[in-house]
Design a protein around this ligand. Structure first.
Ligand code: PMT
Length: 404
């Protein structure tokens, strides 16, 4: 059976140059078996005609004039039809209306009336996207459970470069398909925070203490979660790999203290916290402001102090504690140490990796994980990190739903 067979998708198009892409979007969704109906704002009609959309979708296109003046359209009836409303492209103006509940056109009236999930693919100039009012609107909508797919980073029609491009149609179709396919659409709009990569602790302006984490495992989890349609916040140490498209928020940090501050400022708003970062356990008691010179006695003593244990701090939250997934990297007694850490740090699920083995763990494209939770354990055998991340995420969601 086709992946989107009989799924009712209401496509809301607003006034952006990217509106022409909706023709391809409809074609691809229909190919997968979806029934697509279209609502257009007045400004969208300046970029693509209702007739083209009617021909491609095979259905009457809902437009403002029929709603506002002729009263031929029942917006409540339409709002009850879709399995999902996809707003693509969605302008800053549409986001502002949705966030404040303005209903002076058909599309915003349907969105206010619906109890179906809404997914938004924003498109706008980078400065408009970063404007505090747009960011506030995004946050508000997110907190209400709206799903965001995009925007992408890249060249913009106006000549600027930055966030605001519409995500590729193939990617949007994949996200819509995954949303239905995974069955995760029952667990709507999960917010997931992932930490990834190493942290570094300065010794002096040119030297630091760190580890071999590349960020690949954490970023693979981020990609797997975005592909399902979750809202993902990434707190990343210094890595050399690119960030998956569709991230909700990313904070780059360097030290463990910076990672702790970033995590603690946002974690209370999360459903799931996945702490995959290899956080440096110790930092210099005092960072030298100048480059340390060679010592006359050939010895250099560095005084280290313990870093905060971030996952334990999250686990000890009395209110708004998310479901917590930790990782455990060891070179011996892998299972024993992982089980001990799970209990000591009060983690719901711990994923142990044997980092003594070649070709897996730190900086490899492959990994294997032994999962331990309160009442059981299971092995996820060696695989590339993205496939492994997908399996892991699937398990996490099962546990999260059961809160085991
Ligand atoms: O980044 P890659 O190259 O892809 O490699 C992936 C990985 C090997 C780094 C990853 O799979 C992994 O195992 N990450 C956790 C490594 C680690 O720090 O393990 P740990 O046993 O020291 O810590 C246990 C847990 O406590 C971890 O979830 C860790 O993030 C957390 N922790 C540790 C120290 C600290 N100060 N605060 C913490 O929250």
């Amino acid at each position: 059976m086709k992946e989107l067979f009989n799924k009712n998708i209401l496509l809301g198009i607003s006034g952006s140059i990217a509106a022409y892409k909706s023709l391809e979007l409809i074609q691809q969704l229909k190919k997968k078996g979806a029934i697509v109906r279209v609502v257009m704002t007045k400004s969208a009609q300046a970029f693509v005609t209702p007739l083209s959309l009617k021909i491609i979708s095979g259905h009457q296109v809902f437009i403002d004039s029929d709603f506002l003046y002729n009263k031929m359209i029942d917006h409540i009836k339409i709002s009850k039809w879709p399995d999902i409303i996809v707003l693509a492209p969605a302008t800053a103006n549409l986001l502002a209306k949705l966030s404040s509940g303005i209903t002076n056109d058909l599309l915003s009236a349907i969105c206010l009336a619906t109890s179906s999930p809404i997914a938004i693919s924003p498109v706008m100039n980078k400065n408009m996207y970063l404007a505090p009012s747009t960011q506030d609107n995004l946050k508000k909508l997110n907190n209400r459970g709206v799903i965001f797919w995009g925007p992408d980073y890249g060249n913009q029609i106006c000549g600027d470069k930055g966030f605001g491009r519409m995500i590729k149609i193939s990617k949007l179709v994949k996200l819509i398909t995954n949303y239905f396919k995974s069955g995760f659409n029952n667990v709507k709009n999960l917010k997931i925070m992932v930490t990834a990569g190493p942290t570094i602790e300065l010794i002096d302006p040119v030297r630091f203490i760190s580890n071999y984490s590349s960020g690949k495992m954490g970023f693979a989890i981020v990609k797997a979660a975005i592909d399902v349609g979750y809202q993902v916040t990434l707190i990343s140490g210094p890595v050399k790999i690119s960030t998956p498209d569709g991230i909700f928020k990313k904070i780059n940090i360097k030290s463990a203290i910076e990672m702790k501050d970033a995590v603690m400022s946002l974690v209370k708003n999360q459903d799931i916290f996945i702490c995959c970062a290899a956080i440096t356990d110790y930092r210099l008691e005092k960072i030298s402001r100048k480059k340390i010179k060679k010592q006359k006695n050939n010895k250099l003593c560095l005084k280290l102090v313990k870093n905060p244990d971030i996952i334990s701090e999250v686990a000890s939250l009395k209110k708004n504690r998310p479901y917590i997934v930790g990782f455990s990297a060891d070179t011996e007694k892998i299972g024993k140490y992982a089980k001990e850490k799970r209990i000591k740090k009060n983690i719901d699920l711990i994923c142990a990796n044997d980092v003594s083995k070649p070709n897996q763990g730190f900086n490899s494209n492959y990994n294997a994980l032994h999962l331990f939770w309160k009442t059981g354990s299971m092995m996820l055998s060696i695989n590339n990190k993205l496939s492994l991340a997908k399996k892991l995420l699937h398990q996490i969601i099962i546990f999260y739903e059961k809160k085991s």
